[in-house]
Design a protein around this ligand. Sequence first.
Ligand SMILES: CCCCCCCCCCCCC/C=C/C(=O)SCCNC(=O)CCNC(=O)[C@H](O)C(C)(C)COP(=O)(O)OP(=O)(O)OC[C@H]1O[C@@H](n2cnc3c(N)ncnc32)[C@H](O)[C@@H]1OP(=O)(O)O
Ligand code: FAD
Length: 671
Amino acid sequence: MSRYIREGDNPDLTEERRKASFDTEAMAELFWGARNLMRRREIANYVEQHREFDDPQPTAFMTREELIENATRKAVLTMEHAEKAIDITRDEESHYFNALTMGIDGNPFGLHLVMAIPTIMNNADEGQQDEWLPKALNREFIATYAQTEMGHGTNLKKLETTATYDPKTQEFILHSPTITSTKWWPGNLGKSSNYSVVMAQLYSQGKCYGAHPFFVQLRDLRTHKPLPGITVGDIGPKFGINTNDNGFLRFDQVRIPRRSMFMKHAKILPDGTYVPPSHSKLNYSAMVYVRAAVVSLMASHLLACSTIAVRYSCIRRQGEITPGTGEVKVLDYQTQQYRIFPQIARGVAFRLSGNYIIQLYRQTMTDIKNGDISAVPDLHAISCGLKAVTSYQGALGLEQCRMACGGHGYLQASGFPLQYTVAIGACTYEGENMVMLLQTARHLIKMAKAIRSGRPPKPNKVIDYLFKKGPTKCLIDQTYDPNYQSVLEAFEHLSRRVTLEVYDRLVQLQQQGRSYELAWNECAVDLCKATRAHVRTFLAKTFVEEVNKIADISLKSVFQDLLQLYLFYEVTECAAGLLEDGFMSGQQLTYAKKNVYDALAKIRPNAAAIVDSFDISDRELQSVLGRRDGNVYENLLKWAQMSPLNKHDVLPFHHKYLGKMMDEARQKSKL
Ligand SMILES: CCCCCCCCCCCCC/C=C/C(=O)SCCNC(=O)CCNC(=O)[C@H](O)C(C)(C)COP(=O)(O)OP(=O)(O)OC[C@H]1O[C@@H](n2cnc3c(N)ncnc32)[C@H](O)[C@@H]1OP(=O)(O)O
Ligand SMILES: Cc1cc2nc3c(=O)[nH]c(=O)nc-3n(C[C@H](O)[C@H](O)[C@H](O)COP(=O)(O)OP(=O)(O)OC[C@H]3O[C@@H](n4cnc5c(N)ncnc54)[C@H](O)[C@@H]3O)c2cc1C
């Protein structure tokens, strides 16, 4: 018996696992890296041995208060166990440990770890870091990130919370002047946090200097009651992440010391003089971090949901393909493969680009510390576009996986509602997706201007292709092309064309008398298309580069199948754009489709082993349909029997309403 095939497993799933053309363990090592995989296994074992991390019942059956209490209990346990279970200096280990112990629906430390600590690290000056960081790491307080207000989330310039400097007392006065200035949404703000990063309009010497971050104590450290002048609470149930106490917050003339303003970049001197930062957006770095992290987060969601969908599709038999030969596994239907396998391929693509963008983020933060801010605009541009594209495609992909599981996919027991409701938040938080696409487009338009004026900027891996002249006709079906250069060139062509076309239209509209802003708005849909084309090119190139690095032939061949699917699926997705200017022919589109179908057929026998190699445990999946052992039906029944409604054969209020109604109806009909 192996790690993947065990006694008592569903025989249909075992048969699938035996079919694989590669060694699943070797694939898992390639996917995670040998050391990371070993550490994942050790961490998972650690958690399995500590049953106190188990939920007392499936979270789907809990009330909101029970959810939050359970998450809080496990969050404290997680912190207590962290040093024994993981190397806390390694983010990968922390993320994995947290996902195993606390799940994905939220926990009281979410924003503390993901936004408040990064803000302290990147926006506090040395003295402030010395004071706040050890306490933050030591969990002496829990902080969140309060930026969005009821009236404004996107347009930070219009935030209404004010921080007015009073040089007499050397304090800021925080105030929420209107209902719409109420901070609204911050994760863990409602009940868990006692501190927060607060974005407020900075006023000094009668002048407004725009939104700046402040570090503010919200609750008494002993009683946990809100401090005087502070009104704080939970915003109520949401589409998802109901384990998270997203909150509201108001200030009524609350005084905080001058040194509560984050002063690494901008400063207020004791007399009220404002010292500007070297780059006006350096205070936004925590947002940049989460945008970059979303790419890997979407990979995790897609890989988890495709694991569920593939496993379930291997044990679900329904209908015959050849009459009289018996019911097939639903994974044998080409339509099923077409729904699920592209999600696997996209998940892998996101994982590879997610690694790249997080490294770029870390490098840029180090550069900023050393006084070099040159990479900031490029990081902002690509992270906004990637965040928007991966969260949107991730959301669509999860829904495909759900639908691929038929009726059972709609059950909470499938695990999809949890994955989906958590994942789609990323289309909105950290910058609404359209707004993010338009941020990247600003960068692309600058590049287009440089192309038109014949002055390329200094070399940059992400945008260099825009300045090259590619082939004038698509060559995807013409040459032997193991590195898919002609597909990449097609993506580059599309990106270059839509970027230049929308740039030319912007210029033309201005020449016709429109202001830049009005012209921009008239071009906004196409500007978003330019960003999507650019991000597609980036994701595809990263995928090709990474597959080329694989040495093991049998593993490489599996990745090549996924790459083939990814690239040609993307060709079909953007076919309208490639056909529009005659770059690609209808015949070439047929060729692309054929490549998609060929790839589906090649992936089919390996599908179960591919998803096994993602090494996603049952504890993470929280899915009866996606169980490793494939024993779905008996466990679905067990799961339903745990429903609180089944505590009583007859619901306590039955006779009050339905019972009474039917009794009365029967009596009337007897009369
Ligand atoms: C498996 C991995 C697990 C990892 C774990 C991850 C877990 C994830 C958990 C998720 C938790 C979610 C928590 C959510 C938190 C939030 O949502 S916090 C609130 C987020 N809010 C936003 O994102 C607001 C969006 N709005 C903006 O960012 C800005 O308002 C704007 C739209 C970008 C415009 O900014 P503004 O200052 O008004 O712009 P302008 O003055 O017009 O300037 C524009 C120029 O500035 C450049 N720029 C903008 N932002 C940045 C930046 N961050 N960095 C660098 N440069 C920036 C922009 O490009 C413009 O430049 P030019 O074109 O040169 O003018
Ligand atoms: C799950 C979740 C968690 C969150 N966590 C936090 C948190 O911890 N801390 C925090 O501070 N905030 C948080 N937020 C708030 C979040 O960051 C904002 O909701 C988000 O930035 C979008 O802003 P908005 O709500 O103002 O949307 P709006 O800007 O009002 O969006 C409404 C519509 O207007 C469009 N639109 C707006 N401006 C433009 C424009 N310039 N061009 C084109 N279209 C435009 C948008 O595309 C969208 O279609 C969270 C939100 C969610 C959903």
